[in-house]
Write a protein that binds this ligand. Structure first.
Ligand code: PDD
Length: 286
């Protein structure tokens, strides 16, 4: 079965699915995106993902190409045509195609594309063992809170992690504090049992999974602190983990060459993974 993409009003096989060479997403990374998990054919955390999409569009002053009701209908049709039961949908909106000029083109119509694919969750053995992260300097622009398609630093960081045999790279700011992973948010658990993640300022993407984990942890009465933490603090932490749409909560057992805690997934990460998974599956939108 060939994969089908939605491109500006049409459903097309991938090999025919094209955008214009002067699309501003292609030339300037002038666009935004969302990745939403599909579970049992429904969407996880659909409402906060669409809210963040609107926020990103608003920050870049790109007009939404269609209503949310229409967007949701296209999402469902894209998932249906690709027969995705468990996987992801990718939604991208750019400012559109126009002769290359840095300033906004007056008449451009935003372009909207969607793709969907089946994706298996991470092997449970990897979750049981925990993963390793390596640290890299955060070389991104000053607004990673906008989910823009300008992901070159993230791609370079992830490649560095792959070549180091690690699952993810944690990006580190000039003060030595961890901002976030290349495609995930970063968390630690301190010796005082505080769950720490960086506050959602301009330096990180406010992950939808991050928000869900904050909610379930708060509801369970766990101690939460939103503040920066350093690489040294993370290496000495009792636990560390990461969160993202694609794999929910993933325990970390090594940061660079330091073993975290006892070198196996911690109780807090395990519990939050279970709590968030139930919360996410209960809230699936069809
Ligand atoms: N990435 N930080 C960055 C830089 C990200 O790219 C992502 C998500 C996250 C986690 O956000 P969320 O919980 O909303 O997925 C944090 C997606 C999965 C991607 O680009 O594929």
């Amino acid at each position: 079965m060939s994969r089908i993409a939605y491109v500006n009003g049409r459903y097309l096989p991938h090999r025919q699915a094209c955008v214009h060479i002067e699309d501003r997403g292609f030339q300037f990374a002038d666009g935004v995106y969302e990745v939403i998990a599909v579970k049992g054919g429904g969407f996880v955390d659909e409402t906060p993902h669409l809210a963040r999409l609107h926020r990103s569009l608003g920050e870049l002053r790109i007009a939404p190409p269609m209503s949310d009701a229409a967007l949701k209908a296209v999402m469902r049709e894209t998932v249906r045509r690709n027969r995705v039961v468990d996987g992801i949908i990718y939604i991208q909106i750019t400012r559109g195609a126009a002769p290359r000029d840095f300033s906004f083109p007056p008449g451009a119509r935003p372009s909207l594309i969607m793709t969907a694919r089946t994706q298996r969750p991470l092997d449970p053995k990897i979750i049981e063992r925990g993963v390793r992260v390596v640290t890299v300097p955060d070389i991104r622009w000053a607004r990673p809170d906008i989910k823009s398609v300008a992901l070159l630093p993230n791609a370079l960081g992830k490649q560095h992690a792959r070549e180091a045999g690690a699952y993810e790279a944690w990006q580190v700011d000039r003060d030595g504090n961890v901002t976030e992973g290349t495609s995930s948010n970063a968390w630690i658990v301190t010796a005082k049992d505080e769950i720490v993640t960086r506050q959602a300022d301009h330096a990180i993407l406010n992950g939808v999974t991050r928000l869900g984990v904050l909610k379930v942890a708060g509801d369970a009465g766990l101690k939460l602190v939103e503040r920066p933490f350093s690489v040294d603090e993370a290496k000495a932490a009792r636990e560390a983990f990461l969160t993202s749409t694609t794999n929910f909560v993933v325990p970390i057992v090594r940061i660079d060459d330091a073993t975290v805690g006892e070198g196996k997934p911690g109780e807090v990460a395990r519990r939050l993974r279970a709590l968030y998974t139930s919360f996410a599956l209960e809230g699936v939108a069809r």
